[in-house]
Design a binder for this molecule. Structure first.
Ligand SMILES: Cc1ncc(COP(=O)(O)O)c(C=O)c1O
Length: 398
């Protein structure tokens, strides 16, 4: 039999967070060795479990969860998301503007597939969360990157975005708080990016899945508050803030100018209908999740678990002769740089895994050419984190 071929555009699709390094780590574990994994933002693996109120809501409603629901999701969840948007200063959103999905991941794929044609362009942050680039590539459209450099605290320059817009550009993707850098954008930057989208009549996709994971008094500014003259799609979910990624429950909220977007919104609904509906059990956890803070502020405070783990990363980097980092203001990651001459992120990550049994993600996996960065999660406990930086130092000392 001939080898089974795959479509050419798949060659441009990458997701290295679960790629060859992660596979090699799995092999090492199967040989009986322990690997410290700082590669995936999976809170449950590190003992962060969903709050009781979410688990109870799922358990209580399981008997009502065996049928398909509406293609946009159950009304109770969509009402809760709409109310949460209103509470955050986004006017005029109702249940019909909310779609529930199997995680934000599914909604990213659906909302881009409904929009893009081959040859279209989408502005994406560099570095990015690589699913965004992959989802653009799957449609045959072209990612065009705007820089979020370390020299600016990984914050984009709205004027640069404006200059990158061509007649083929259809959308801007913003990830705030950011994965992989942990940057939280100032309100003025969010407002200015919304203006760029409005001025060029682009759809603004704002991935805000880490919206309440904030450190050191950082404040998150919802893009939808500022984007009224064009369509804005805000993404959120239970995976990170509510530590329930296994439920696979996320949402997208459409706000701003919906009139000219009617055809597009019908296309999103058509794609939602093709997959019938999102998992129903997890959707019952949305209203209790959004009803109160559910413990995230305590976890991110300086003496909370995430606050202390973040401090352990900063201390580990502070003690290093080879590393530097911009302190993350949000999300679950730090994007660490090495100034050691000849440092190559992929070789470093492989050597760290083979010699020191620590798994990190090379920075170039996030669609940047620069090979001096690597991403760690803030999830392991402070002692483990300290041990990780001892091992990194040993490797870089050579
Ligand atoms: C920025 C960002 N967006 C979206 C997702 C996907 O989240 P989920 O599909 O679990 O809702 C992730 C997961 O790590 C992420 O970091």
């Amino acid at each position: 039999m001939k080898p089974i071929a795959t479509p050419d555009h798949l060659a441009r699709v990458r997701y290295e967070i679960r790629g060859p390094l992660a596979r090699r780590a799995y092999e090492i574990e199967r040989q009986g060795h322990e690997v410290i994994k700082l590669n995936i933002g999976n809170p449950a693996l590190f003992g962060f479990h969903m709050p009781d109120a979410l688990r109870d809501a799922v358990a209580e409603h399981l008997p009502q969860s065996d049928g398909y629901c509406h293609q946009k999701g159950i009304v109770q969840a969509r009402e809760a998301v709409a109310a949460d948007m209103a509470a955050r200063g986004v006017a005029g959103v109702d249940v019909d503007d909310v779609f529930m999905g199997n995680g934000v991941s599914e909604l990213i794929l659906m909302t881009l597939e409904a929009l893009l044609r081959p040859g279209d362009e989408v502005l994406l942050p560099a570095p990015d969360y690589p699913l965004w680039t992959a989802a653009v590539a799957l449609t045959g459209a072209t990612p065009v990157y705007y820089a979020c450099p370390e020299s600016r605290g990984f914050v984009p320059d709205p004027d640069e975005l404006d200059r990158l817009v061509t007649p083929r550009c259809r959308a801007i993707v913003m990830i705030n708080p950011n994965n992989p850098t942990g940057a939280v954008y100032p309100a003025s930057v969010v407002r200015a990016i919304a203006r760029v989208a409005e001025r060029h009549e682009l759809v603004l996709f704002s991935d805000e899945i880490y919206d309440r994971i904030l450190y050191d008094g950082a404040a998150h500014e919802p893009a939808a508050r500022h984007c009224t003259e064009t369509l804005c799609a805000t993404f959120g979910g239970l995976s990170k803030v509510y530590r329930a990624c296994g439920l696979r429950t996320g949402w997208v909220v459409f706000s701003g100018r919906r009139g000219p977007a009617a055809k597009y919104l019908q296309a999103v609904e058509l794609l939602a209908s093709l997959r019938l509906c999102a998992n129903v059990p997890g959707q019952w956890a949305v209203a209790p999740a959004l009803a109160r803070d559910q413990g995230i502020a305590a976890l991110t405070s300086p003496d909370g678990r995430l606050g202390r783990q973040r401090a352990a990363v900063l201390e580990g980097v502070g003690r290093s002769r080879h590393l530097r980092v911009v302190a993350p203001s949000g999300a679950l990651y730090a994007f660490v740089a090495s100034h050691t001459p000849g440092f190559d992120d992929e070789r470093f990550a492989m050597d760290l895994l083979e010699r020191e049994r620590v798994l990190v993600v090379p920075g170039s996996s996030f669609n940047i050419d620069d090979r001096t960065y690597f991403r760690v999660t803030l999830l392991p406990d402070p002692d483990t984190m300290a041990e990780v930086f001892v091992r990194i130092e040993r490797l870089l000392d050579g």
